[in-house]
Write a protein that binds this ligand. Structure first.
Ligand code: FPP
Length: 247
């Protein structure tokens, strides 16, 4: 999956082996980051997107195959319209940036997936749906890694949607076959989940996939959670003993 040179790979192996095959981020703390600087919350989200790009690029450069981020939850519709629309504008900008250099998208060889119920966007944000469609098309043949962006996502909703699809299939499914009905069908389960911003909860993020993940709750606010901070957490992950229920 990784496109690292042998030398880079060896260095990474020495520092933080084993790496997670799939890492998830709850990018919390953008609002507090902004208000602490007397800025609007929207500035915090802007800084959050910038940081997301740097952190995600770093993950793939290290050789992590799947990265998932929580960009907008089913509950985030309850935020003030201005903040919500500001977030959608950031998604628009992000899609525009990706589509501005399709060659780079193809060369990076990372499949970008959007997980969540995208149907409400048809009403007022059709351009976002169009952009997502174009990105999906541009990444159709990418197989060097998967970047899952959760938009209008909820873990319970994902499981219920998969269960309803299983009913349509009309027979009992194995765990493996059920997992093919989840948004993350191209990824292994989460090995590691990082939530920034000091809160210790899952907030309905990847409830199925998180079953045996190592959890890291960091005080750092998301825009300040840089590559160095991620490396520190990856080192701690490498030191954790994972038993998967065995002794
Ligand atoms: C939580 O911080 C963060 C969010 C609700 C949104 C995270 C979204 C992004 C970083 C942008 C994603 C955009 C793209 C293009 C994928 P908070 O506002 O709840 O922070 P607080 O707890 O300090 O108030």
């Amino acid at each position: 999956m990784s496109k690292l040179s042998v030398t880079q790979t060896q260095t990474v192996m020495q520092v933080q082996n084993p790496l997670p095959a799939h890492i998830g981020f709850v990018m919390d703390g953008n609002g507090r980051w902004a208000t602490g600087r007397n800025k609007k919350r929207s500035e915090g989200h802007k800084a959050g997107v910038k940081n997301m790009q740097a952190v995600v690029e770093h993950c793939f450069a290290l050789g992590i195959g799947c990265v998932s981020v929580f960009a907008f939850s089913t509950e985030n519709w309850e935020r003030p319209v201005e903040e919500r629309e500001g977030l959608f504008d950031l998604v628009r900008e992000y899609l525009k940036r990706l589509l501005g250099d399709v060659n780079k998208l193809k060369k990076d060889n990372i499949k970008i997936e959007f997980m969540g119920d995208l149907s409400p966007f048809a009403e007022q944000h059709q351009d976002i749906l169009d952009g997502i469609g174009e990105v999906r098309q541009a990444c159709a043949d990418c197989d060097g890694g998967v970047f899952n962006i959760a938009i209008n996502y909820g873990g319970r909703q994902e499981i219920v949607a998969a269960a309803n699809n299983a009913v349509l299939i009309g027979k009992q499914l194995s765990q493996q076959d059920f997992e093919k009905l989840l948004y993350t069908k191209r990824c292994p389960p989460l090995d590691m989940m990082v939530r920034t911003g000091g809160q210790m909860r899952l907030s309905n993020f990847m409830l199925y996939q998180v079953a045996y993940a190592e959890l890291f709750f960091e005080e750092t606010l998301w825009p300040d959670f840089d590559k160095q901070k991620l490396d520190e957490v990856l080192k701690k992950f490498a030191q954790r003993q994972r038993n998967f229920g065995k002794v």
